[in-house]
Design a protein around this ligand. Structure first.
Ligand code: SF4
Length: 371
């Protein structure tokens, strides 16, 4: 990677949020029978979507055909409203972030060239909203009090049983069309699933307006996924600007939410210390004076798998994202898979810098993990 852009200050920018408008909305026959679907349709119409179609069956057809880029473009501009299959209703452990994973949706409308979903989702990258919300959220009730990840950690047990909402989607990026996040936050805030449950999600969007006045009871932690200017500028598309995410972070913190930073994916770009130093300083400026601030940080270095590289190169053939196995260290998982991470020296250098500078520039931030 050879970016030579100097770090530039990123000031919080208030303004209209970045909202995604799908070109078409498809509702499967089964989803059409779900009560929450009417709310999704209302929101889509209010947002200005004109092509809303109820399918005669439950399969999404018509996405394939043409070049890989054409399939990608068609899928990324389509919102499908579907019923979550039974496999998606069973919460799974999701270390190191949370005890359990709950999926409000699957897929994301943004265009990040390093997207971590590339390695975990198959098929055309259509965004699916789950219409059977009560079934999806029921997993919180059945699994509260049964956590084995953060619940088993001395540092994080006080969070209660944690449920991660952003494993397979960016839930805030879809909230104007779904309302699922507000419902989940309100129910957990009201104790509908017991006193143990807490939610967390991460986002690259900024449309937090509808969440600010909810009775969240400080049981939802919203983290904003941010990156240094050379990385965000070059590799993130369709997301809110980093400055807008920082403004949203400050708004949520002022509304009493526990907040966090997902610094990801961290890359040793040219002048990375200056670039990430500027980012941390911008966060400090945005959060200056927020009373009762509860701030965490999660830091994830860039990595890729053979599968994610292949998918990403199909989606973004011109990308300048460095995915060179020769320059990386393979790391094998216990399931036999391999991912390529930075070499030991680079990892150690970055880890020590981030740990020290987080402490120095954001002394209130609690580092949850580095990976
Ligand atoms: S916002 Fe997250 S999930 Fe969406 S495209 Fe970017 S990296 Fe992928």
């Amino acid at each position: 990677m050879t970016p030579h852009d100097p770090p530039s200050p990123v000031q919080p920018r208030p303004g209209p949020p970045r909202v995604w408008l799908p070109r078409r909305v498809w509702i499967t026959a089964a989803a059409a029978e779900q009560p929450h679907t009417a709310e999704i349709v209302r929101r889509c119409e209010a947002a200005g979507v004109t092509e809303i179609e109820t399918l005669s069956g439950n399969r999404l057809t018509g996405l394939s055909g043409g070049s890989e880029r054409e399939v990608y473009a068609r899928a990324k501009s389509t919102l499908a409203v579907v019923v979550a299959p039974p496999s998606a209703l069973k919460p799974q452990p999701i270390p190191p972030s949370a005890d359990w994973r709950i999926d409000l949706a699957r897929g994301c409308p943004a265009h990040c060239q390093y997207c971590y979903l590339a390695g975990s989702l198959t098929g055309p990258p259509v965004t699916r909203l789950y219409a059977n919300l009560d079934d999806v959220l029921a997993g919180i009730g059945t699994h509260a009090g049964r956590g084995t990840v953060t619940s088993a950690s001395a540092d994080r047990a006080h969070e209660g049983t944690t449920f991660e909402l952003s494993c397979y989607t960016d839930p805030l990026g879809l909230e104007h069309l779904s309302g699922a996040l507000a419902l989940a936050i309100s129910r957990v805030g009201a104790g509908a699933y017991g006193a143990e449950a807490s939610l967390r999600f991460t986002t690259k969007y900024d449309g937090v307006g509808a969440l600010l006045d909810l009775d969240h009871a400080r049981r939802t932690r919203v983290r904003f996924s941010v990156n240094a200017a050379p990385v965000a500028r070059r590799f993130e598309g369709g997301t809110a600007a980093v400055s807008a995410r920082l403004a949203a972070l400050a708004s949520m913190a002022r509304a009493g939410y526990p907040v966090g930073l997902t610094l990801a994916p961290v890359m040793p770009v040219v002048d990375w210390r200056e670039a990430y130093g500027q980012l941390l300083d911008d966060v400090a400026t945005a959060l200056d004076g927020v009373a009762g601030l509860d701030l965490t940080a999660e830091i994830i270095t860039h990595r890729f798998t053979p599968g994610s590289k292949e998918v990403l190169l199909g989606w973004y053939p011109q990308t300048r994202l460095e995915m060179d196995e020769e320059r990386r260290t393979p790391k094998r998982s216990k399931f036999g898979g391999v991912k390529f991470v930075y070499d030991k020296t680079t990892m150690a250098e970055m880890r020590s810098w981030f740990t020290a500078e987080l402490d120095r520039r954001l002394p209130n931030a609690r580092l949850l993990y580095w990976t």
